[in-house]
Ligand binder design. Structure first.
Ligand SMILES: O=C(O)CCC(=O)C(=O)O
Length: 309
């Protein structure tokens, strides 16, 4: 058993105890967050200081809107984006494209990126850890984030509407940022990532009687409490995309009915996050969690962003 496993067992026990004492789910998990923050207080303070220093002369700190929990962007917003898009497409082609796809645990949303690809294609981390992106996410969290996972995800044509193809919010923290970048021209039939802004989500979840935690909702349930014209689908050309707080914005994706969708997705979390170890590492098609950091041996900022120091 690793240290991480034993810490998770302790936190699982803490959640169980708090719930038995009558605490709501969100409060029970808030206790876990507080416990982890106390254990890592030195890192928490250091990340806050580093984040504040980074934002001192930055124009990006308010790029992601706090109230709505998202920000869309176009192919020209980030200087390093076109090189990262081109590298992602080379990786996809080198693995046989859509014909070569072996579907993973989630057959409709399969990551094809591995650690070797990240080492061979530095353009990916050049973008993800670029000042513009790091400062945007730091501004949203108010502290230096941790890059939790990344992937090049293929959503092959399918006829299912299940799991993350249904409206849900992610419950591995109270806030997080996922970035989705379209790698091919994406139309409404190709399963675009689709979400409701945080304000509409809060109204909808409270009308649905949903307290924080696990839950998936049909379109009809969400439509019964929301004006669906507020939903935003990330259709658009290569390099278009968005930052979305998937803990605060109801979302779904991969309802690819006509053709396939291909996205570069990466996920920044506050530190420490609330994730309980579910043994999802290294499963075929799941996001890449063990992101190679060897390139950054002399780069303390990027090592911190990757969670290795
Ligand atoms: O684009 C998709 O398939 C949805 C993915 C999703 O729900 C997530 O990453 O949280």
């Amino acid at each position: 058993m690793t240290t991480q496993d034993s810490i998770d067992l302790l936190d699982i026990a803490l959640v169980g105890f708090a719930k038995r004492m009558g605490a709501p789910n969100k409060l029970a998990h808030g206790l876990v967050k507080a416990r982890r923050s106390v254990v890592h207080v030195g890192d928490v303070m250091r990340r806050r200081r580093q984040g504040a220093a980074l934002l001192e002369n930055s124009n990006w700190g308010t790029f992601i809107d706090q109230a709505s929990g998202y920000r869309t962007f176009n192919p020209n917003t980030f200087p390093m984006a076109s090189a990262a898009v081109a590298a992602s497409l080379r990786i996809f082609e080198s693995k046989g494209g859509i014909e070569g796809l072996t579907r993973g645990k989630k057959p409709f949303f399969t990551n094809i990126l591995d650690a070797h690809d990240v080492e061979e294609h530095p353009e990916l981390l050049d973008l993800i850890l670029s000042p513009e992106i790091v400062e945007s996410v730091t501004g949203y969290f108010g502290t230096l984030p941790r890059l939790k996972c990344m992937g090049v995800f293929v959503s092959a044509a399918n006829d299912s509407t299940e799991s993350s193809q249904l409206f849900h919010v992610d419950n591995d923290d109270f806030r997080q940022i996922k970035c989705f970048i379209n790698l091919v021209e994406t139309g409404p039939g190709q399963g675009p990532f689709t979400f409701l802004p945080a304000q509409s989500t809060a109204t909808a979840l409270s009308a649905l009687g949903h307290s924080w935690g696990f839950g998936r909702f049909s379109d009809e349930e969400v439509a019964s409490v929301t004006n669906m014209s507020e939903s935003i689908a990330l259709t658009g050309g290569m390099g278009s995309g968005a930052f979305v707080d998937t803990s605060r914005c109801l979302h779904y994706g991969s309802r690819a009915r006509q053709g396939y969708r291909l996205v570069l997705m990466f996920n920044f979390m506050p530190f420490p996050d609330l994730k309980m170890n579910k043994g999802m590492f290294d499963m075929p098609g799941m996001p890449l969690f063990r992101i190679p950091a060897s390139r950054y041996e002399c780069d303390p900022l990027r090592r911190t962003l990757l969670g290795v120091s």
